[in-house]
Design a protein around this ligand. Sequence first.
Ligand code: SF4
Ligand code: SF4
Length: 333
Amino acid sequence: MEGFLSVIGKAAIVYSWLFTDRHTSLALDITHRCNLRCKHCYFWREEHPSELQDGGMLFLMRRLRKEGLRAAIIYGGEPTLRLDLCRAASGIFDACLIFTNGTHGFPDIGRAKWILSLDGPEKINDEIRGTGVYWEAVNAVKKAARPPLVHMTISRLNKGCVEEFVAAMAELPIDGIGFSFFTPEVGDDSGQCALEPYERDLLLDEILSLRRSYGHIVGMTEAMARQLRSDGDFFSWNNALRCPVHKRVRCFSPDGSPKMCTYGDKADCSKCGCAAVAAYRGAFHPLDMKTLLMVFCLLGMPGSSLLRALLRPPVKKTENKSHARKELFGKMR
Ligand code: SF4
Ligand code: SF4
């Protein structure tokens, strides 16, 4: 019965996206604490007011669910530091994604899906996230009861290793790899991490080429790439008034206070690289079945993974790992 109600809830989310302009989703930082100190992360550098206790956080989640938010993305800090809240969110919302750095494994949390943040193959990832983090996370993936998604934030620190990273991830039991571009805060890119528009365009070409080589495990469609391209739709939404995340997702800090977006109040929309915007706009502006299927898989719609597997385009097996880079360099010459 619970599973049936959850399916109805997921269908209601898609209905709202298609036919209403309501908020549908919650993005909640359940903690500001983290056991890592990633180079590109501004979260741990900032002062934060004390976070809500478990009771307050549960009350907030239940209240927002009653107000009609059926989907949730849980962030931190590191959410596994409050595992009971992860489990609670999984039960409260009809669809729930939870980001983690993977160093505490992938405990069973019910129907919610883990998203593992990694930023490259071992050397690059560990330069950014800390020594030993890559293998800790990868070994945990191998033991996970359900395959997690993997998410890479591409910045100046790791832009040269996307292909190598995808090749490494393709060997693991994962559900797919998503990509964002690093989004700086207004007036502060102290790590000089943000990429120029032309660099992002070239990387999008590379990722799409990797999708042709590795198949749907590479979570980027043409329609999604168009949202992030400087010669595509990027400049039609990259401000808070037009951004769909701002319109559809209510975002909260660990103390329960609302914020402009998942990246915080100071996020520089003009340089936004948000994967959620790319997926949402890619699926619905205009309707694109490949991206919609990806969104259904993210929501955990029954049958969507099977359908994705059945509709999988033929992977170019004869092409080796250097295929995408050759194609990219061909374009650059
Ligand atoms: S794991 Fe996430 S929250 Fe923690 S330092 Fe890294 S990017 Fe920041
Ligand atoms: S930073 Fe990106 S996701 Fe956040 S409000 Fe601005 S445009 Fe939207």
